[in-house]
Design a protein around this ligand. Structure first.
Ligand code: GDP
Length: 211
């Protein structure tokens, strides 16, 4: 049984004026097209075909707001990365994302990255956006089942280092059920308003004593 058994598509928005009221808590989920975002949504929410709705023709460029429980939402952002040439599409995407920034309800971002392709420039852009707007990011290295376990572990460690603490990174596979509980826990904690896990304290060197 899914953990959000009554999750449903609340609305699909083409403009900020269509967003639901800025009350409660919400988490956005983003990623390059084909990164595995829809599969991740279904696995995390525990509803096999929930995100299929957002893949229906005409809906792929919209922001899909799913209500998980009353007042708790997951926002499925349109996949990016394939529309390199399509300027109008990129502009629409940027406008929609920009409109999310002032929402008090937006607590964090799940960023789905295809483990076989790794972290790309477009992912970095989203990470920068999140930092600019003081939102925490949690990276799901999706399709981790496609890598050998040792490869997957070292990819995770490498990316964690590369990101310099700007985001947490975990392995994830919707198909092989890797990391689903961890992703659920992060989502639930954000929705419950719990702060980020404590970062390791920065150890300052003792100032030099008197000579
Ligand atoms: P989206 O475009 O980011 O929403 O990606 P989808 O969830 O539709 O997945 C894109 C492709 O990746 C599909 O062919 C999926 O079957 C495949 N895929 C998604 N998740 C996994 C996974 O955990 N493991 C593997 N091996 N393939 C996956």
């Amino acid at each position: 049984m899914g953990i959000y058994q009554n999750a449903q598509l609340l609305l699909s928005a083409a403009a900020a004026s269509q967003f639901p009221a800025d009350r409660g808590a919400e988490v956005a989920i983003a990623g390059r097209s084909n990164a595995g975002k829809s599969s991740a949504i279904n696995a995390i929410v525990g509803r096999r075909a929930l995100a299929r709705t957002s893949k229906q023709p005409g809906r792929t460029r919209l922001l899909n707001f799913f209500e998980l429980t009353p007042g708790a939402r997951l926002i499925d952002l349109p996949g990016y990365g394939y529309a390199q040439g399509a300027r109008a599409e990129r502009d629409t995407w940027a406008r929609l994302i920009a409109a999310l920034a002032p929402r008090h309800s937006l607590k964090g971002l799940l960023l789905v990255v295809d483990a076989r392709r790794g972290f790309q420039d477009s992912d970095e852009q989203l990470l920068i956006w999140a930092q600019l707007h003081s939102r925490p990011v949690h990276v799901l290295l999706a399709k981790a089942d496609q890598l050998r376990p040792s490869e997957a572990r070292s990819l995770r460690a490498h990316l964690q280092t590369q990101l310099l603490g700007r985001a947490a990174v975990q392995l994830f596979s919707a198909h092989e059920s890797i990391g689903i509980d961890e992703a659920r826990a992060r989502l639930a904690a954000w929705l419950a308003g719990e702060p980020e896990q404590e970062k390791a304290p920065v150890v300052l060197k003792e100032p030099p004593g008197p000579a």
